[in-house]
Design a protein around this ligand. Structure first.
Ligand code: ZN
Length: 500
């Protein structure tokens, strides 16, 4: 069942479907709040609470939904084996009662229960999404997708932009409850308003509107979308449990200061006096996150590169997202239900837009990489060698061990600027429908390189004899971002570098 759930359950539901995570829901809610704040638009986040959600779901309803979703009769019959003619007996003062027939609820502790429950709640999510009176939040850059509800098992969070939507959502939920047995707990349902809501009457709605302490899935969201309070709360709860501070307990924070304090206490107990310098605790290191296609050692290098001290923050972010393959390209957004299709936005390119495609395989990227070489960008290695994907994108590869640190820094900064230019021109295409011609893209690289000029062309760099051409090089026509595509290379040319 788990292998087909992703095909029948909308990506809004992040629980019980393999490959989806609770953080998907939390990040969507946080980003929606931040977006509403930045654009100054109204957003109401409503958290629907169900009374005894798992116990109330009707078996009859469950089997009808399974049938409607297209599960084969044979499969439904197997599930029926677990649920038909269910009886319970109650022990009262040692005496067993007569059989009580059970017609609702999923079995507690059964690994199938979460899967069955997300199937049962999916019809509610569908009617909320489809209802034309519920105005969700339009997601920018998705070609018309709207975020209306976010689900994690029985936790249903509605994102809406007007008050009517709240009333409508609650009415629809009641209606769903009459069919499924679910019961909306109006007293425990909470909402918070974000953005300019002055003058809007919310008094007649049967919802508790929160100003602070608004919690979804156990995480607090404040007006800014973030939740600093989450950390203060957590620290407050954990501190008393750290032995040696107050009381004894099992939770140990890997916070250097607190562990340091423990070490000092031990020294005092053993020797009766303070050591000059208590031994420094070695913080628990997290294991290295793997990078697809790289060995552990190379992955370590890739993460070091992503946080290279010479990189500007935006390039650190870019490198980090590229290594994690979570740069918001179409394929990534599509997998999260936030883009209509995964296809590359460049006209004529019908490949899925993955991170690798965007930065390396797409015609536009190949053209730019083909144009870059040591003649124009002196930090790039000379000798007619080809830069491979891993070197260009992640900064790992065999040839690098011969470089000095300064040379590698210059090379890595240049590579980042090129990737940034590809990403920036792609966003211009998606956001403003501007096609940036190749020569303008090159000029964008050179103008961005100016920001790194001192680092790259400082003393000792491989490029010390080279030049960074000015952004308005007279030998190259056109302003950096002038539209038009007359200067593009033949799209079929392979990504061979250094052959100019
Ligand atoms: Zn493409």
């Amino acid at each position: 069942m788990s292998t087909v759930l992703k095909d029948v359950i909308h990506p809004d539901q992040a629980c019980a479907v393999p490959g989806r995570k609770i953080t998907d829901s939390l990040i969507l809610i946080r980003d929606a709040i931040c977006y509403a704040r930045d654009r100054n638009i109204r957003l109401v986040v409503l958290n629907l609470d169900f009374e005894k959600a798992f116990d109330r779901i009707s078996h009859q309803f469950l089997f009808k939904v399974l049938e409607k979703m297209g599960f084969p009769g044979r499969f439904i019959a197997w599930v029926g084996l677990l649920y038909n003619h269910m009886v319970s007996r109650i022990v009262v003062n040692g005496h067993l009662s007569k059989n009580v027939n059970i017609h609702s609820g999923v079995r507690q502790g059964c690994p199938l229960s979460p899967l069955l429950y997300v199937v049962c709640i999916e019809p509610l999510a569908q009617i909320l999404r489809r209802d034309k009176w519920i105005k969700g939040l339009d997601l920018p850059g998705t070609g018309g997708l709207t975020a209306t509800c976010v689900l994690y098992m029985d936790d249903v969070t509605l994102l809406a932009t007007d008050v009517l939507s709240i009333r409508r959502a609650m009415d629809l939920t009641d209606w769903y409850g009459r069919a499924s047995g679910a019961k909306l707990n109006r007293n425990k349902s909470e909402a918070q308003l974000f953005g300019p809501w002055d003058g809007v009457d919310t008094g007649r709605l049967d919802v508790d509107f929160k100003e602070t302490n608004f919690k979804i899935l156990g995480v607090k969201f404040d007006k800014e979308g973030g939740g600093r309070d989450n950390w203060t709360d957590m620290l407050g709860k954990s501190t008393p449990k750290v032995p040696g501070t107050a009381g004894e307990g099992g939770v140990l924070l890997s916070v250097g200061v607190q562990v340091g304090a423990l070490e000092e206490k031990n020294c005092e107990e053993k020797t009766g006096k303070w050591r000059k310098r208590p031994p420094r605790p070695s913080p628990d290191r997290e294991p290295v996150s793997p990078v697809p296609g790289l060995t552990l050692r190379e992955a370590k290098q890739a993460w070091r590169n992503a946080s290279h001290p010479a990189l500007q923050n935006r390039h650190k972010d870019l490198s980090w997202m590229v290594a994690h393959e979570i740069l918001p390209v179409r394929a990534v957004m599509h997998s999260r239900g936030m883009a209509k299709n995964p296809i590359c936005p460049r006209s004529g390119c019908n490949s899925p837009e993955t991170v690798r495609h965007l930065l390396w395989e797409c015609g536009a990227a190949r053209d730019l990489w083909a144009k870059t070489g040591p003649l124009y960008f002196p930090c790039l290695p000379a000798g007619g060698a080809q830069i491979g994907y891993q070197l260009a994108i992640l900064g790992v590869g065999r040839g690098l061990k011969d470089l000095t640190a300064q040379e590698f820094t210059s090379l890595w900064l240049t590579l980042n600027v090129i990737k940034d230019a590809i990403w920036a021109t792609r966003n211009l295409l998606v956001g403003k429908r501007v096609t940036v011609p190749l020569h303008a893209c090159e000029l964008k690289v050179t103008s961005m390189l100016q920001g790194y000029r001192a680092t790259i062309f400082g003393r000792g760099g491989r490029g010390r004899t080279g030049r960074v051409p000015a952004a308005t090089d007279p030998g190259r026509p056109g302003s950096p971002l002038s539209p038009g595509g007359d200067d593009f290379l033949d799209k079929d040319s392979p990504p061979v570098l250094y052959k100019r």
